[in-house]
Design a protein around this ligand. Structure first.
Ligand code: TYD
Length: 204
């Protein structure tokens, strides 16, 4: 590999993305840069607090713009410099989350792709979608006991988000790889690692 690689993890809450992103990062050793949205920069961590605070209710457009503000700063401070240094950037959530949660879930439509274009958004090389039944995800969230503002949305919202992710994966099969989030952690991480290795082999 003589160039940077941008891999994103997507899926509904409690799908196991963060654990799997960490596991994949370990495979790449020092080349990996594990990051996340919202909150991959100091500014982003402040934006994240506003976004996830259950006592603050931004209107849908403001919510969308705050996620995009976080993304613009993240791209500038973290993602682009690391790719320029030929690192493997692994982001726990990215633009597809905004398309699923805000464009479809909240119904803000074109605002997300419009602003993404304006901030020079990059398309990931590989997007790992971890699909999971909403019922199973909500049960995992209940067991964890800590719900953020978006976790607390009604099941119908999470259903729309799940379907939006699947629709995007279907429409862009070359970028997306879909995995079953109901698998145990070890089996799932082995499947993801092997698929990513195959993809990198195919890139030559
Ligand atoms: P987080 O605690 O990181 O949850 P998770 O482990 O599910 O990733 O919270 C991030 C929340 O923000 C999550 O509910 C999904 C939501 N989100 C959006 O709605 N739009 C976005 O663009 C992003 C990046 C996240």
């Amino acid at each position: 590999m003589d160039e940077g690689l941008f891999i994103t993890f997507e899926g509904i809450e409690a799908s196991g993305k963060s654990t799997q992103a960490e596991a994949l990062a370990r495979i790449f050793g020092d080349r990996a840069l594990l990051t996340r949205e919202p909150g991959g920069t100091p500014l982003g961590r402040r934006v994240r607090e506003i976004l996830l605070d259950a006592t603050t209710t931004p209107i849908p457009e403001v919510e969308a713009l705050l996620f995009l503000a976080d993304r613009a700063q993240h791209l500038h401070e973290v993602v682009r410099p690391a790719l320029a240094a030929r690192r493997v950037v692994i982001s726990d959530r990215y633009q597809d989350s905004s398309l699923a949660y805000q464009s479809v879930g909240r119904g803000v439509g074109d605002l997300i792709p419009m602003v993404f274009g304006q901030i020079g958004g990059l398309t990931p090389d590989i997007t790992i979608l971890i699909d999971l039944d909403v019922d199973v995800a909500l049960e995992r969230l209940r067991a964890r006991g800590a719900a953020n503002r978006l976790d607390a949305e009604a099941p119908a919202f999470h259903d729309r988000v799940k379907q939006a992710f699947l629709d995007m994966a279907h429409a862009q099969p070359r970028r997306f790889e879909v995995f079953d989030g109901a698998l145990d952690v070890i089996t799932l991480s082995a499947q993801i690692a092997s698929r990513v290795r195959e993809r990198l082999g195919a890139r030559g």
